[in-house]
Design a protein. Structure first.
Length: 441
């Protein structure tokens, strides 16, 4: 029996991050107990929450590869090589993410991916699932945690060497950590919400394949990602105040005809009106906190530690990277949990907070900046410089989505690039002025 098989870990939540984390910990040889308040999604009825599909990129793939899941999951994923912009006057434009190295992001169904990750846990006999068990209490000083069995209404107190909260943006474990001295916490609900619509498979031939479609409209935007059954999931992100102004069938149809005329036929007026008048737009939250660990055994990962707005498509990817990093640190520290947790917080907080900020910025880029000439010129310049200096000039989107560069460094790198370009423009301008002056005299 290895030393690790004596180590025990409790994971709270079988969402995307909790399920992947269970695989990582089981692969280390730990005894893993996973508690989830919902039913097993593989056998229970489908639960709708958040988005229907997600974009998987480099960091997520990197983590999946480490537990031998990448190949299987990518089999059904749909590669997206760029953005497809729908102008308000009917203009269409494809903007490739990475024309140099041809990297793609991948569209995947959320439920499909979650089921795949849960199925992957079957491979490990040292993982035990406890569905319909809700975390209700936590004693950080004693290192114990209490679950309510939702079927029997029985309360169970548990402990382990390591207790990981992967219980999402409204984490109960984090709530207990918030009572610790010096725990920093901020949450921001943005003033924009979202509604999901659907383009059926029979209309999909009218959608340019292998792209993330965007209808950028300055104050708001609509996007569409392809599903495995050839349908498309369309998400409208918009200020709540505009959602609330559209209360009548005619107003909703007029609004769509004014701003998304080419999408009306694809989605269908009936569905648009039905969704608008009968669904409440969902909220978007961004959470920053520090530290990510408490005492010698508690840790929060994924959305529990750093929920972010979805505009960089990095929430899940960052959560998967959390699992990868935790595993690497346990390797480095010979399974010393106390040292690992401390190092984890030191390395992860600044990077996770950086991607929360980048995600906010990208909403502006997607709904507005992509329409501007300066953005298009910068993209051309970035791509040319990337081609010439692939190790030196990595454009921001590439560093976030197609590399494992620290998120914090992605921001610093971009600032450095901005400074270089600014200096180059000033020097060129001065050179031109001086040349003109010399040629006149
Ligand atoms: C509209 C939208 C689009 C997105 N698109 C992308 C994208 O393209 N790419 C990307 O990388 N990310 C995307 N994200 C972010 C991504 O969805 C999240 O980052 C990811 O789901 C986080 O996973 P998680 O496992 O940490 O949390 P969750 O998926 O929220 O899972 C938490 C789990 O914990 C369980 N739980 C909660 N409380 C308790 C309790 N008290 N006791 C027991 N169990 C509990 C829940 O039932 C759930 O199963 C998007 C998010 C949104 C809202």
């Amino acid at each position: 029996m290895s030393e690790n098989s004596k180590k025990s870990v409790i994971i709270i939540g079988t969402g995307l991050v909790g399920s992947l984390c269970a695989c990582f910990m089981a692969k280390r040889g730990y005894q893993v107990n996973v508690y989830e308040r919902r039913q097993d999604i593989r056998t229970g009825k489908e639960v709708r929450g958040k988005s229907i599909n997600l974009a998987l990129s480099h960091r997520g793939r990197n983590a999946l590869r480490d537990v031998e899941l990448e190949e299987d999951i990518l089999k059904t994923a749909i590669p997206l090589k760029g953005r497809f912009l729908h102008g308000i006057n009917g203009g269409l434009k494809s903007v490739i993410y990475d024309p140099i190295l041809k990297n793609c992001i991948y569209s995947l169904g959320r439920n499909y991916l979650n089921k795949k990750l849960l199925e992957a846990t079957n491979k490990y006999s040292n993982i035990k699932h406890h569905f319909e068990h809700m975390l209700t209490k936590c004693d950080l000083s004693k290192g114990t945690i209490t679950f309510l069995n939702l079927k029997t209404c029985e309360e169970i107190q548990e402990t382990a060497d390591l207790i990981i909260g992967a219980d999402g943006a409204h984490s109960k474990l984090r709530l207990y950590m918030q009572q610790m001295p010096q725990f920093q916490y901020t949450q921001t609900y943005i003033e924009h919400g979202y509604l999901e619509l659907y383009i059926p498979p029979e209309k999909s031939c009218k959608m340019q394949p292998n792209h993330l479609h965007i209808w950028p409209r300055c104050e708001f935007m609509m996007i569409a990602l392809p599903n495995q059954d050839s349908s498309w999931t369309v998400t409208l992100f918009m200020p709540f105040k505009i959602f609330y102004q559209l209360t009548k069938k005619e107003e909703v149809i007029r609004f769509f005809q004014d701003y998304f005329s080419d999408a009306v036929e694809l989605i269908g007026k009936e569905q648009i009106v039905d969704v608008f008048l009968n669904t409440h737009p969902s909220q978007l939250i961004s959470v920053k906190c520090s530290p990510y660990h408490a005492g010698s055994k508690f840790l929060i990962i994924g959305d529990a530690a750093h929920a972010m707005v979805p505009f960089y498509g990095q929430g899940m990817n960052a959560g998967f990277e959390d699992c990868f990093l935790l595993n690497k640190l346990l390797d480095k520290n010979n399974d010393n949990i106390v040292v690992t947790l401390d190092e984890y917080t030191q390395l992860r907080v600044r990077n996770a907070q950086a991607i929360c900020d980048l995600a906010m910025y990208n909403y502006l880029e997607m709904r507005n900046l992509v329409n501007t000439t300066s953005f298009a010129l910068r993209k051309i310049l970035d791509n040319q410089l990337f081609k010439l200096f692939p190790n030196l000039w990595i454009p921001l989107y590439n560093s976030v989505s197609f590399s494992t560069m620290d998120y914090q460094r992605c921001i610093e790198n971009r600032k450095w690039q901005d400074n270089v370009l600014r200096t180059a423009f000033i020097i060129t301008g001065l050179f031109i002025i001086i040349s003109l002056l010399i040629s006149r005299y």
